[in-house]
Design a protein around this ligand. Structure first.
Ligand code: NAD
Length: 391
């Protein structure tokens, strides 16, 4: 029987899942359809670089047609508007309906605003190439306008959140804003970069010596940290802090957290309070067995019962495992429980520096850490057969 396998989302999890599934199941065994908003895959782990112009958008946009050529995977460009697992049906924004025998949901995460007033309306976020482009053009316009308007807030840049995303972005700001200032003839001492973090220190939960190394490197390049200070409200061009202080800034970027995808909650899948789908040891929804939930929209627990951080490496490992599970669903045989290989995590601090861990315990910093991070990117590109990216 030819099975209709529908994969929602061509991010790290969905794309690898499509490739792996096709490795195991022939055309006559399964028709694989990959639904995605765009006809390209985005390297979202590098958005902070594109947001300051350090990398071209093009290099982060990998055409799905190229990765999946000769793979017999149907690319369906469309935006999912509703999933109806009980009717085995998925609706798209353009009114189209797709049915399936097996469903894989890999729709990624959304920004968590924690209900902070004004944040969603008045802050930039960095979850797509289009958002990175918006931020980049905004940064350029701030420097272009300053010589005409002379308003200090044009040269004040606030990043909310000092997790990995926030730190990587301020690292890029620290490297790129001096260049933009020089190009615009703006004195560098007028540029102010703030990183505001609610927790007592940056990179909460990460090794304290690596966090201290990151802080020191970024401070030397002019980043001002405000830690233990939650953002409580944002008005147009003003960030309000719990201390009662306010920072007037034309550029406010929010990197304060992620949550699961609302479509997953609306579909009735069992989720945790952050909207991530609960899954069993084989990545199937705990409420709808037979539906696989992958990547940032799912909640995978480690051996201590704590959630694995939602990272690209976890997502693509889930995609690979799911390919095998789909094979077993058709051919029988024993499925192995999903246990990711922890490759480590490295935060870049601009273009020459980074801090992180390789495996579970080897610590690295400086240029070597940056090179290792770059290497992990190539490892991923090799996995999807696109080792030269899209340069
Ligand atoms: P995060 O949740 O890890 O960090 C958000 C930060 O914002 C936290 O430190 C939090 O204390 C802070 N925050 C929350 N509310 C705040 C408030 N009101 N005011 C000020 N600060 C506030 O989110 P993230 O950095 O986007 O990372 C999400 C996941 O992606 C994490 O698991 C992370 O490890 C992963 N990630 C990994 C990499 C990498 O490996 N290089 C890069 C980016 C993200």
């Amino acid at each position: 029987m030819n099975k209709q396998i529908l994969i929602l989302g061509a991010g790290y999890a969905g794309l690898v899942c499509a490739l792996q599934t096709r490795k195991y199941l022939t055309n006559s065994e399964a028709t694989i359809t990959l639904v995605n908003k765009h006809d390209y895959h985005q390297l979202i782990t590098l958005l902070h670089e594109s947001a300051v112009g350090a990398r071209s958008d093009r290099s982060l946009r990998i055409p799905l047609g190229r990765v999946l050529r000769d793979k017999d995977v149907t690319i369906h460009k469309g935006t999912v508007s509703r999933i109806e697992p009980d009717n085995r049906r998925v609706l798209l924004e353009d009114g189209e309906e797709l049915s399936y025998d097996q469903l894989v949901v890999a729709l990624g995460s959304e920004t968590e605003y924690f209900g902070i007033p004004g944040l969603k309306e008045h802050a930039f976020t960095l979850k797509s190439l289009n958002q990175a482009r918006l931020l980049r053009t905004h940064l350029e316009s701030c420097f272009a306008r300053y010589p005409l308007e002379r308003r200090p807030e044009l040269l004040r840049f606030v990043v909310g959140g000092a997790g990995f995303s926030g730190i990587e972005l301020v690292g890029e700001f620290a490297d790129a804003l001096p260049e933009l200032a020089a190009e615009a003839g703006v004195p560098l001492e007028l540029v102010e970069i703030y990183n505001v973090e609610a927790a007592p220190g940056i990179l909460p939960g990460f090794d304290s010596d690596l966090a201290a190394a990151a802080e020191s490197s970024l401070k030397q390049r002019g980043v001002r940290f405000l830690t233990g200070v939650p953002i409580v409200r944002v008005d147009p061009g003003v960030v309000h802090l719990q201390t009662g202080d306010a920072i007037a800034a034309e550029t406010i970027v929010w990197t304060g957290g992620v949550r699961g995808n609302q479509l997953v909650i609306d579909a009735g899948f069992e989720t945790d309070p952050r909207g991530r789908a609960k899954v069993d040891a084989y990545l199937q929804s705990t409420s709808h067995s037979g539906v696989y939930m992958l990547g940032d929209c799912a909640l995978v627990l480690n051996e201590d019962g704590r959630p694995y951080p939602p990272t690209a490496q976890l997502a693509w490992q889930m995609g690979g495992a799911c390919g095998k599970y789909l094979y077993h669903d058709s051919h029988g045989g024993l499925k192995e429980e999903f246990h990711p290989e922890i490759l480590g995590s490295i935060a870049s601090l601009g273009r020459k520096d980074a801090v992180g861990k390789v495996g579970r315990s080897y610590k690295t910093k400086g240029r070597m850490a940056y090179i290792l991070k770059d290497a992990s990117q190539y490892r991923y590109l090799a996995k999807i057969g696109s080792v030269f990216g899209n340069k």
